[in-house]
Design a protein. Structure first.
Length: 244
């Protein structure tokens, strides 16, 4: 039904409305997924043994970012290495772009949205300052025990912002499906929970043609500026919305 291409999944045949209404297109066992809850559970014993501050009071972005950095640095020793190894060295977040890359991205988005985006460069700088401060503080607190640097944590924060579903703080094995606004659950006969995603557009089943890329809606309720900060571009679905 589909093949993986880079991060995405592309259909190899037509999938009609009856089929997409009846069956999910992606099933991933929940135990294979990475979530904010999992991050806290896995890191808690390490931090407690070292008398380090708990992650419970931190902003929701930070525990998962810290866990991603920690697991990535374990290399082949990480259970999630097959997935983490596929993630980009530089996430697409605008606040992680090099100056020339950011200038080009801003020029492109301004051509699409006009004057509404004139102050986005300063918004990106504000976001960059904030995440750099957070990453530095996290590295000061946890770098020794978890073997992570501020740059490692920035990488984790970038992945978290670009890929994680806001409704449940979950990072799945196919990042593109996480641009959905909602992740749904089902189960098998033995009651093992799964993450599943269907082909839906505006809450209606959407048939797919051969070659279509699956699971991308880019969180349609997200303000376009937030999308640009997190993704590095503004998806077409958001171009008609007002900018905050």
């Amino acid at each position: 039904m589909g093949i993986q291409v880079n991060w995405g999944v592309v259909t190899t045949e037509d999938i009609d409305e009856e089929l997409v209404s009846r069956e999910p297109l992606l099933l991933v066992p929940e135990e294979l997924s990475i979530s904010t809850i999992l991050a806290k559970e896995k890191l808690a014993p390490i931090l407690k043994a070292a008398n380090l501050p708990s992650l419970e009071e931190l902003d929701a972005v930070l525990p998962l970012a810290l866990f991603l950095a920690y697991e990535r640095n374990k290399g082949q020793g990480s259970f999630w290495q097959p997935y983490l190894g596929l993630l980009p060295e530089q996430p697409g977040c605008a606040w992680l772009m090099h100056p020339e890359e950011l200038t080009q991205a801003l020029q492109q988005v301004k051509q699409l949205v006009g004057a509404e985006a004139q102050d986005w460069e300063s918004k990106v700088q504000d976001a960059k300052d904030a995440v750099n401060f957070q990453a530095s503080a996290m590295a000061t607190a946890y770098s020794k025990e978890l073997n992570v640097s501020a740059d490692d944590i920035l990488w984790g924060m970038g992945q978290q912002q670009a890929l994680v579903a806001p409704s449940c703080g979950m990072l799945s094995f196919i990042p593109d499906e996480l641009h959905r606004a909602v992740i749904r659950y089902t189960g098998t006969e033995d009651s093992r929970p799964f993450v599943f995603v269907s082909s839906v557009w505006d809450n209606e089943p959407r048939p797919l043609a051969t070659g279509d890329e699956l699971f991308i809606s880019y969180m349609a309720a997200t303000p376009p500026l937030t999308a640009f900060l997190n993704l590095g571009f503004v998806p077409e679905e958001l171009l008609s919305q007002r900018f905050d």
